[in-house]
Design a protein around this ligand. Structure first.
Ligand code: NAD
Ligand code: KPL
Length: 305
């Protein structure tokens, strides 16, 4: 019997992973916040995945954090700002050599979790898959993509990648996972805040080319200064390519703000600005962007951290 995947966070990505693993016959359990959420989940009879218009419901077992079973493998699928506190609720159940797969976007939350659990193996992930919830316990698979996984302390790939293969989750083990996370952070910093401030789709940034170019120059400087030259390579042309390729889309931060949800700003622009400050690097446009975004969020009554 293979090891159970405990999935923390029944949101978009958590459901996307849980349903595909369950479909492949891999043992999966979903950890819900409390008894009320568990009761709501149980009345829905499972998690529904909508893929190319076809929906299937998978009766994944649900439980609360105080369930007694030890946890060997935990997929952390909550937002970056919830990761530490959500894991803290489960700390007593994690076996000493537990493996955690951290799906959070941006940077900062992964190191916080690794420091919280020094004995555990923390695997960082960076995903270009896209999913959104269209109702409770129901997720639409919106964009096929790839997930890169890596462990900054141990370069050896875990055997359970076979489970991902069986589940049809496109993935690759990466010994350069930090490069991938920094590169994605830089892309998100160059695109997402501007789409919020100009209230436009990604393609709307084509009329703000100078601003995008200035931000890319500062982000390139930051990546090089932080020992990430590979993540800095041809950043500006990659940003322009992504803007063009996703012109019709609204960025994830735009969607968060439009739906009055908290953003992951502290793990994106906030992380970039703190890293610049640590290196005594003056990046005026990036700092100004952060201040404009914070003002924008506060004016809408949204959290600015
Ligand atoms: P989401 O908000 O849809 O899901 C997060 C879930 O975690 C929610 O259901 C929330 O209730 C749950 N949660 C929070 N605290 C909890 C706790 N203490 N106990 C139990 N559950 C708890 O978020 P998402 O869109 O799935 O994103 C997760 C991460 O993946 C983010 O960092 C995001 O940036 C990243 N990501 C998302 C996508 C996507 O397409 N959705 C793509 C790439 C990366
Ligand atoms: O990842 C993205 C997001 O919207 O979060 C892209 C499409 C790359 C824009 O930054």
């Amino acid at each position: 019997m293979s090891t159970t995947w405990h999935i923390l966070g029944a949101g978009s990505l958590g459901t996307l992973w849980a349903t595909r693993l369950a479909r492949a016959g891999v043992p999966v359990k979903l950890i819900l916040r409390d008894a009320a959420r568990l009761a709501s989940y149980q009345s829905a009879k499972g998690l529904t995945l909508v893929e190319q218009g076809v929906e299937h419901t998978y009766p994944v077992i649900g439980e609360t954090p105080d369930s007694p079973e030890p946890i060997h493998r935990l997929l952390v699928a909550c937002k970056a700002y919830d990761a530490e506190s959500a894991i803290a609720q489960l700390q007593h159940r994690l076996v000493p050599d537990a493996e955690l797969i951290l799906l959070q976007n941006g940077l900062g939350s992964q190191d916080a979790v690794a420091a919280q659990l020094p004995q555990a193996r923390c695997i960082f992930a960076s995903s270009t898959e896209g999913a959104f919830r269209d109702s409770e316990w129901r997720v639409v698979f919106a964009g096929h993509g790839y997930t890169w996984l890596g462990d900054v302390r141990h370069p050896t790939a875990p055997l359970w990648l076979e489970d991902l293969h069986a589940a049809g989750i496109p993935h690759e083990w990466s010994t350069e996972i930090l490069t991938r996370l920094w590169r994605k952070l830089a892309l998100n910093c160059a695109i997402n805040p501007l789409t919020v401030l100009y209230q436009c789709r990604n393609g709307g940034l084509q009329v703000h080319q100078c601003e995008v170019a200035t931000l890319c120059a500062e982000l390139t400087e930051l990546l090089e200064c932080c020992g990430q030259p590979a993540a800095a390579e041809a950043l500006h042309s990659e940003v322009e390519r992504v803007i063009q390729a996703t012109a019709a889309n609204y960025s994830s931060m735009y969607q968060d703000v439009a739906n009055a949800r908290r953003t992951e700003i502290s793990y994106l622009l906030g992380y970039a600005c703190s890293a610049a400050a640590r290196h005594s690097l003056a990046l005026p446009h990036l700092q100004q962007l952060q201040a404009r975004l914070v003002d924008h969020l506060r004016a809408r009554g949204l959290a600015s951290d």
